[in-house]
Ligand binder design. Structure first.
Ligand code: NDP
Length: 330
């Protein structure tokens, strides 16, 4: 098995040299173990938090031990009756080509007629996050005006489409011209945050939706949050999903100076971790799965080729190189 480790807990933006590729012979299978050849690896922004050496809502990665992450693969050897050779599974033994796990660490793939890697993106954790934040946290209602930051990423690209399907004005904030174009092609008003301070971004958001927003789906933090707070309607709800603009900061920067807008607009801002809502995964699949299968929902992917490129794929998340879900194909 070839796998990646990190050799330190980085301050600021991680350097490529942080990641080391190792090779190790795997022991013979024990009772209830399976060996899996991974076909797709997921890289996700939350992994940066696990590289900080402190426990947040999840334990930190161990130094010089195989990194973990969501992956999809095929069982190639099995001593677990429920997972015979040839079964396609999802599990957390990513950042490696061959994983050896026990049966209770594996999930069979749901049965929609979609490419298997969709279960790492639009029908996996990021998709479930978009649906949970919009529906269960922000309690989006028919006709609400919705603002989404990080709008062309894995979570954001589903959030904007689910919001759009319920009417109202949907505005997406993203970083590059091709992302803005993709958003516009789905009827989403697109606003760039690049080269704009909070005042300029506020003006751009007000021009896109003069009425203001009932829901803000927060993926980015910083300037995006500051501008979004200025555009809230009375009774707005903010689903705090993530704040990626902050993950690589070596020293915390001051928060939005206008946090009091929550009070003035009687808005509700609520953080959530998708895993707490996982009991609703079947409900999410029942609703979103058929729409992905039929092509009604668009999901884009950005794919890096080969295990060696896994750290690069991860680091590119912080440069905005991905549209839709960032994946590694083995
Ligand atoms: P994305 O596919 O959205 O990839 C990250 C994107 O973030 C980049 O493409 C880039 O897009 C944008 N970005 C990166 N750095 C910055 C920056 N400094 N300022 C503004 N934008 C930046 O990732 P995911 O969809 O997987 O995750 C989106 C958010 O959701 C993250 O904050 C993540 O932590 C969070 N999350 C939370 C979960 C929960 O349970 N609460 C579960 C899953 C994800 P651009 O080109 O537009 O800048």
């Amino acid at each position: 098995s070839r796998y990646f480790t990190i050799n330190d807990y980085p301050q600021g933006t991680p350097a490529r040299e942080l990641f080391e590729l190792h090779e190790q012979a795997l022991p013979a299978l024990a009772e209830d173990e399976v060996r899996i050849r991974n076909t797709w690896l997921s890289v996700d922004p939350y992994m940066r938090g696990r590289m900080s050496g402190v426990k947040t809502y999840i334990a930190p990665f161990e130094l010089n031990a195989p990194l973990e992450g969501a992956a999809i693969g095929e069982v190639i050897e099995s001593r677990a009756a429920a997972f015979p050779v040839g079964t396609k599974v999802r599990h957390m033994g990513g950042w490696r080509d061959i994983a050896q796990l026990t049966g209770d660490q594996l999930e069979p793939l749901p049965a929609f007629d979609v490419p298997e890697q969709a279960y790492l993106g639009v029908l996996g954790m990021p998709g479930m996050t978009a649906w949970t934040g919009l529906k269960r946290i922000a309690e989006m209602q028919e006709g609400d005006n919705v603002l989404v930051s990080g709008a062309a990423g894995a979570v954001g690209s589903l959030a904007v489409q689910l919001a759009k399907a319920k009417g109202g004005t949907v505005v997406g904030i993203a970083g590059s011209p091709d992302k803005l174009e993709w958003l516009e092609s789905h009827g989403v008003k697109a606003v760039s945050y690049r080269d704009r301070d909070a005042t300029e971004l506020t003006e751009a958001l007000q021009a896109a939706c003069p009425e203001g927003f009932d829901v803000y789906y927060e993926n980015v933090g910083g300037t995006c949050l500051e501008a979004a707070l200025n555009t809230l309607r009375v009774g707005a709800r903010i689903a705090v999903c993530g704040m990626i603009a902050r993950y690589n900061e070596a020293t915390p920067s001051p928060g939005p100076s206008n946090l009091a807008m929550i009070l003035i607009r009687r808005a509700r801002m609520e953080g959530f971790i998708v895993f707490d809502h996982w009991a609703h995964y079947p409900e999410f699949l029942g609703e979103v799965g058929p729409q992905v299968e039929s092509g009604q929902l668009d999901y884009t992917e950005t794919v890096e080729e080969g295990l060696e490129r896994t750290p690069d794929a991860f680091l590119e998340l912080f440069e905005g190189a991905n549209r839709g879900k960032m994946l590694v194909r083995l």
